[in-house]
Design a protein around this ligand. Sequence first.
Ligand code: DX5
Ligand code: ZN
Length: 219
Amino acid sequence: SQSPVIAPSILSADFARLADEISAISGVADWVHVDVMDNHFVPNLTIGQPVVAALRKATSLPFDCHLMITDPQRWAVGYAEAGAEIVTFHAEACDDPVALARDLRAAGARPGLAIDRDTAVEPYLDLLPEFDLLLIMTIKAGFGGQEFIPELLAKVRSARRHINAGHLDLRLEVDGGINADTIEAAAQAGADAFVAGSAVYGAADPAAAVRRLRELAQY
Ligand code: DX5
Ligand code: ZN
């Protein structure tokens, strides 16, 4: 697969200093992962479209916007308009993922589809040609700092087989509990994009943590 993408999640950054926290990983990280939660799809409330638009002016790193929200048909295109390069919504929250993927593409973003802990990936594999990214949660969505669930890598293996067999041009991203102890297993399962929140922003040197994760992802 392609060289790994490392996407630090600013969910674990200091919210009072978001622009500085992004500067700390620019030059070493590939994308900035932005966790949008609406206190409805998940029981947590984080950041929204005005903050994405404000941060867009503070960095040139691509934004990997992970929408953990109800009714993404109503809101997702607004994140593309706010400047997110990748806009990922949850399969569980959307009854017509292909239509929304096309709307996002028309708005200039790269669409992503996310699969939460309790959702099977198989029903969505045939939709993947419409997407640029498939996000497989390796925890239950909602909070940073949770423990990686290794059993969920079965979904990554299954998706990787399907992607390779179909020669699909698609990033396979894992999110949740990714750190120096777990990233190799995720890479071996076939992931080629890695979100890391606490492993990066909980480290004394976030840039060094990103470099270390990248080494380990190139198993
Ligand atoms: C949780 C978010 C994750 C979170 C990951 O629902 O989607 O992106 O920030 O945090 P860690 O890496 O600490 O599990
Ligand atoms: Zn996320």
